[in-house]
Design a protein around this ligand. Structure first.
Ligand SMILES: *Cc1c(COP(=O)(O)O)cnc(C)c1O
Length: 370
């Protein structure tokens, strides 16, 4: 068996120990004589599995008791709609525009409310995080993206929003560094980057933001679909309908693994080490360079280009790099078309040896191609 180092932006690598455990439990999980794929979500066998996943996420992220943890479907992309549908009161929201995903989120929100873009880094192709200390105004919420998967930037400081709920798309860096959950109204994340296989979306929501018939601000409008209401899922412990059982199970295994590794602090230390190896090389290289502002660099997604000025020659070199890297067992390094060049996604599950192997490959590539 040969495993590759997979630098995909998502879905992405899972820890090998987790895959081995899932394989070992495939035919008989916890002495039930069944795979989790075959279990009724309402069975005694599945109950402890979802409870364990939630308990571990609460423990690792330090989620306060007045927050609900929901396991939903539809990806982070469905949250782009559920957030305005559930949080709309006066009809205006503030969005920070830091890349493709925040752009999609705000475009969707415009279907239901007025959107003010309170900061943007569009002027420099989203290569930095715009400065924003504070947001004030009659907004129903403020939306930010903590890590920009495509452009490779990370928000290191979140704006002060006072009483306005701060909503954060943390799809590509949840659990990579500690996060003070109490500063946020909602944190949401598609699981397929740092948490689990695709199919489940985690929503961490402060209870007072869950509107329903008995909410002081009144119920949601009657035409909001049942499945798109947070109160539907909160009231039923994410079991209003069949949840993505297997993804929730694997998330539990991933969280157990993270706990064993020393928790989120330990992941953050390792992630900083991994990212430093790659950025230090890029900053010293005469052949490659990073595309992002130093102070805003992502620990998870590292886009880079060559220093070749001629666009056609650069493109040919990118293709050569990606194909030769794949032959060396370093796969999915093609950059996003909006940035060009290459991108290495080095989520929690990417071992430090994978990053070292990539840098070794880049050093040799530089030597033979400059
Ligand atoms: C991948 C990603 C999304 C989209 O997630 P889906 O689960 O595919 O809908 C949204 N936001 C960010 C920051 C992402 O990285």
């Amino acid at each position: 068996m040969k495993r590759v180092y997979n630098f995909s932006a998502g879905p992405s690598m899972l820890p090998q120990a987790v895959l081995e455990r899932a394989a070992a439990e495939m035919l008989d999980c916890n002495g039930t004589g069944q795979s989790v794929m075959e279990m009724s979500h309402r069975s005694k066998a599945f109950e402890p599995i979802i409870a364990n996943t939630e308990a571990l996420l609460r423990e690792l992220m330090g989620i306060p008791a007045n927050y609900k943890v929901l396991f939903l479907q539809g990806g982070a992309s469905l949250q782009f709609a559920m957030i305005p549908l559930n949080l709309k009161k006066k009809g205006k929201a503030a969005y920070v525009d830091t890349g493709v995903w925040s752009g999609k989120a705000l475009k969707e929100a415009k279907k239901w409310l007025t959107v003010d873009v309170v900061a943007s880094s569009k002027d420099k192709n989203y290569s930095y995080i715009p400065k924003l200390d504070k947001v004030e105004g009659d907004y129903d919420y403020v939306h930010v993206t903590s890590n920009n998967t495509i452009f490779g930037t990370k928000m290191n400081r979140f704006p002060e929003t006072g009483k306005i709920p701060l909503v954060c798309d943390a799809s590509s860096n949840i659990l990579s560094e500690p996060m003070d959950v109490s500063k946020f109204g909602i944190i949401y994340a598609g699981a397929q980057k740092n948490l689990a296989p695709a199919g489940v979306t985690v929503v961490i929501i402060r209870e007072d933001l869950i509107r329903g018939p008995n909410h002081p601000d009144g119920d949601l409008p009657a035409d909001v679909a049942t499945m798109l209401r947070y109160d539907t899922h909160a009231a039923e412990g994410s079991m209003f309908n069949t949840p993505p059982c297997y993804s929730i199970y694997v998330m539990g295994l991933v969280l157990e693994h993270v706990k064993k590794m020393g928790g989120v602090e330990a992941m953050a230390k390792l992630n900083r080490e991994k990212a430093a190896i790659l950025y230090d090389f890029l900053d010293k290289s005469a052949f490659f360079k990073a595309t992002t502002a130093k102070e805003d660099r992502s620990l998870m997604n590292v886009p880079f280009v060559t220093t070749i000025a001629d666009a056609e020659k650069a493109e040919a070199m990118n293709k050569k790099f990606v194909s030769e890297a794949a032959k060396a067992g370093l796969v999915n390094l093609a950059g996003h078309r909006l940035v060009g060049g290459m991108r290495a996604s080095i989520y929690n599950a990417m071992p430090i040896d994978g990053v070292k192997a990539l840098v070794e490959f880049m050093k040799n590539f530089e030597k033979t191609n400059q």
